[in-house]
Design a protein around this ligand. Structure first.
Ligand code: MCN
Length: 780
């Protein structure tokens, strides 16, 4: 399929969900208000690391309006953690922690500030919060484990004593032989890089409403989750219910960005359990402070990295050893550090690669993927090494990249290492030079170097240019499914299992169906994130919606199209090849007055008399599943012009361009919106946002007064252009885009800032801030 020849596919259709969102008529979890609903609040650990000697909840229980107070004692066997250590998967060098080591309510020990210890259920949230004040927990404080390097010292306090170490996993991957590369090199660059903690800071915090219907024996759950089906399956299992007894609805969600895919948050587990215990609906809406303390975070890694090159700038090899802070528990495995390890290789030919990491337990919030999910770090390290190497070799920074790009005829490109799903890291397709050329043209690269830079300097202005490249693994399996159904009124219903947090699925998925069935986008209703509507699937993460759910939708729509053509050809007595679908009808080609409305055909497909022939089904409906053989690799180049003020350290982004390749584009407007949002988050991560813990593990940035997210004032206009190298591994040719904007902004900032001061200093740490920029400029 090519986007160019289509009516709906590839067109900048405006998002049909927006009127509802903009006029406040969309349903969010906190809008759910049920008769008899109770409200929950959590007593959370005030210590990063402490033993619990005793818990006294008697005063809280005695308060009028308090319905129940639960501690770990009350949970009994509910939620059994798995064994502590499990055998190593292929690339691990040691046993790895079981994902399920955290219990819903801390019992003997707490391991981060904000860990839930007591659950209070009351008639309203005010009473529940007041009751928290009456709870008395006797703690024995233990030394916090905050610094990742200090956590590895032989006498470091242990986050999990029974493991005997703070190392959660140790992974080594090797391709070729770094020593050989180093021996043959004309230049070896060696640096230490640091990427600090960040927070996804979604506009809507987490929230759950659970309603156990005692008569129906069913549990209905509204949850801000990115993965309603796995949540339904897992929680049904824990509660000893059949999956059909549990319905999870992820309604409109005000941003997920990764942390809302956790399986499972303690709060999720507990609110459902409490509703079953009490036989009443229970609601918990996270407040902003809880969101900072207890929603998962990401980013903290320390890399020691080397690159070996020839004097012509050819990469011979890369060596990297890094520490990854995984926080107090490791519920999500090693996705983030494995992504960092894999994404470092970027769009480049790297003949020899040695990469090693240790995931380290600390007494801080749990680390799970956040938009980019470790890819930021890999890109930061590689792009910084290339910048420094180009400088040392006296090369143009775009030339060193161009020289090392994987050539377009070399795909599929096998990187000979293992990706996060323990499958080989193979890129499906790509063409990196046109993207670089386009970005250079859009940012005015030559003009800046040849004329503008000198003029800015003459005016005493510190304007610098940055330009970086990256690849991004997207669209991973295992699978998604979809059901497409034509209704008797001619409207089309599409149901799929992925949830939506603002990605425009209601429109882009409708476009896929519109193209097949010739039905206008506004006549297609997409239902996502409701296990009663579609009950097989995985979730929204890893920029996989378009590739995986989109392809399942495409296959289902194609099957319905075939049904439509078959039925219409019988009714109109013409061959299917002579029929055409448009405007909600089937036409005889060349005879537009001979037509049947799709709705009428849907009625005919559901006969009131006669029989349905064996091995056929009633209705114009089809369900299909799609699992890609491997993920698809998106890529891009970001460039920016930035001006820094040496007096204040503040920066102003004068121009920002993105040239992006997400394969075949379904909706360029949505893709641009996704990139804009990602870049805004990337700018936050690179310059404004930083999660700061003090030495005792207290979070110093637990509000938007301290954790600065960029507003529309700080986000410049972003120009986006597309390069399309379709993926051969899915029928749409699509690759993902949801995280692309956020990934390369750190090294871009770093390069542009160095350029603004004619490389008087080197940036090796992200995020920057006005204070840090000022210190760099003034050599402090
Ligand atoms: N799209 C397209 N053509 C393509 C690729 C994508 O038109 N070739 C469209 C898709 O159809 C979809 C959107 O772009 O409408 C994003 O698609 P995709 O890249 O497949 O990403 P997902 O649908 O899997 O969304 C997840 C991704 C991730 S991993 C994070 S994190 C993220 C993101 O999306 N979180 C978001 N974008 C977000 N946007 C909002 N508003 N809120 C979040 O929480």
């Amino acid at each position: 399929m090519t986007a160019r020849e289509t009516r709906y596919f590839g067109k900048p259709v405006r998002r049909n969900e927006d009127p509802k969102l903009l006029t406040g008529r969309a349903l969010f979890v906190d809008d759910v208000d049920l008769p008899g609903m109770l409200h929950a609040a959590f007593y959370r650990s005030p210590y990063a690391h402490a033993r619990i000697r005793s818990i006294d909840v008697s005063a809280a229980k005695a308060m009028p309006g308090v319905v129940a107070v639960y501690t770990a004692e009350d949970l009994g066997d509910y939620w059994q953690p798995g064994p502590l250590l499990v055998p190593p998967p292929p690339v691990h060098k040691m046993p790895v922690f079981n994902k399920r080591t955290q219990v819903p309510l801390a019992k003997d020990k707490v391991r981060f500030v904000g860990e839930p210890i007591v659950l209070v259920i009351a008639e309203n949230r005010y009473i529940a919060e007041d009751a928290l004040e009456r709870i008395d927990v006797d703690f024995e404080p233990l030394p916090a484990v905050v610094d990742v390097e200090a956590a590895l010292a032989p006498d470091a306090p242990l986050v999990h004593e029974d493991a005997g170490t703070n190392i959660a996993a140790h992974v080594i991957q090797e391709k070729g032989n770094w020593e050989e590369a180093a021996a043959a090199a004309d230049l070896i660059i060696e640096r230490r890089f640091f990427y600090d903690h960040g927070h996804a800071a979604p506009m809507e915090t987490r929230g759950i409403v659970a309603h156990w219907d005692t008569r129906m024996q069913t549990l209905t759950v509204w949850d801000t989750t990115q993965a309603p089906i796995p949540i339904r399956n897992g929680l049904a299992g824990m509660l000893g219910l059949s999956e059909h007894q549990v319905r999870v609805i992820a309604p409109f969600i005000g941003g997920g960005f990764g942390p809302k895919i956790m399986m499972f948050y303690q709060e999720e587990v507990l609110i459902l359990w409490a509703s079953v215990q009490l036989g009443r609906p229970v609601k918990w809406i996270e407040d902003r402070r809880e969101n900072f303390l207890a929603m998962t975070q990401e980013r903290y890694q320390i890399h020691e990295a080397k690159i070996a090159l020839t004097r012509e700038g050819k990469i011979l090899g890369v060596w990297d050893s890094f520490l990854h802070d995984t926080g107090a528990y490791i519920p999500y495995g090693l996705t983030v550090p494995l992504n960092a390890q894999c994404t470092l290789l970027g769009p480049y030919v790297v003949p020899h690669y040695y990469s090693e990491f240790k995931a380290v337990f600390t007494t801080k919030a749990i680390v799970t993927p956040y938009r980019g999910a470790g890819r930021q770090h890999g890109v930061f390290v590689m792009e910084r090494l290339l910048d420094i190497a180009a400088r040392e070799l006296g090369m143009d920074r775009t030339e060193i990249r161009r020289k090392n790009f994987i050539p377009p005829d070399a795909f599929p490109w096998d990187n000979q290492i293992i990706y996060q799903d323990f499958a080989p890291l193979v890129y499906d397709s790509g063409n990196y030079e046109p993207a670089l050329d386009k970005a250079m043209e859009m940012i005015g690269y030559r003009r800046f170097l040849e004329e503008e830079k000198a003029r800015y300097r003459a005016e005493g202005r510190h304007v610098g240019l940055g330009i970086v490249a990256y690849v991004e693994g997207t669209g991973i399996g295992p699978y998604e499914g979809a059901r497409v159904q034509v209704q008797p009124n001619g409207k089309v219903i599409v149901a799929t299992g992925v949830g939506t947090q603002g990605q425009g699925h209601f429109t882009s998925f409708a476009q896929v169906v519109a193209e097949q069935l010739g039905v206008p986008v506004e006549d297609i209703t997409v239902v996502t994130g409701d296990t009663a509507e579609f009950h097989w699937g995985t979730g929204t993460f890893a920029s996989r919606g378009a590739v995986v759910a989109g392809s399942a939708i495409y296959e289902a729509a194609k099957a319905v199209r075939e049904k439509v053509l078959k039925l219409a050809s019988e009714e109109l007595e013409v061959a299917p090849e002579d029929l055409e679908l448009a405007d909600g009808k089937v036409f005889v080609r060349g005879a537009p007055d001979r037509a049947l409305a799709l709705g009428d055909l849907a009625v005919k497909a559901n006969p009131l008399r006669g029989a349905v022939a064996p091995n056929t089904e009633p209705g114009l409906e089809a369900t299909r599943y799609f699992g890609p053989p491997r993920g698809s690799t998106a890529s891009g180049v970001h460039a920016m012009l930035l001006e820094a003020d040496p007096e204040t350290g503040f920066v102003n982004i004068l121009k920002y361009v993105v040239v992006h390749d997400c394969g075949t584009v379904i909706n360029p407007l949505i893709v641009e919106g996704q990139i804009h949002g990602g870049v805004a988050q990337g700018i936050g991560n690179a310059f404004y946002e930083q999660i700061v813990y003090d030495e005792s593990g207290q979070l110093l940035t637990a509000s938007f007064m301290d954790y600065l997210v960029p507003t529309a004032m700080e986000v410049p206009p972003i120009d986006v252009a597309h390069v399309e190298t379709p993926s051969p591994w899915n029928p749409l040719g699509a690759k993902g885009v949801g995280e692309a904007g956020a990934i390369p902004v750190g090294p871009l900032f770093a390069q542009a800032l160095e350029d603004a001061f004619d490389n008087a200093f080197e940036v090796t740490e992200i995020p920057l801030s006005p204070q840090k920029v000022w210190a760099l400029i003034h050599g402090k």
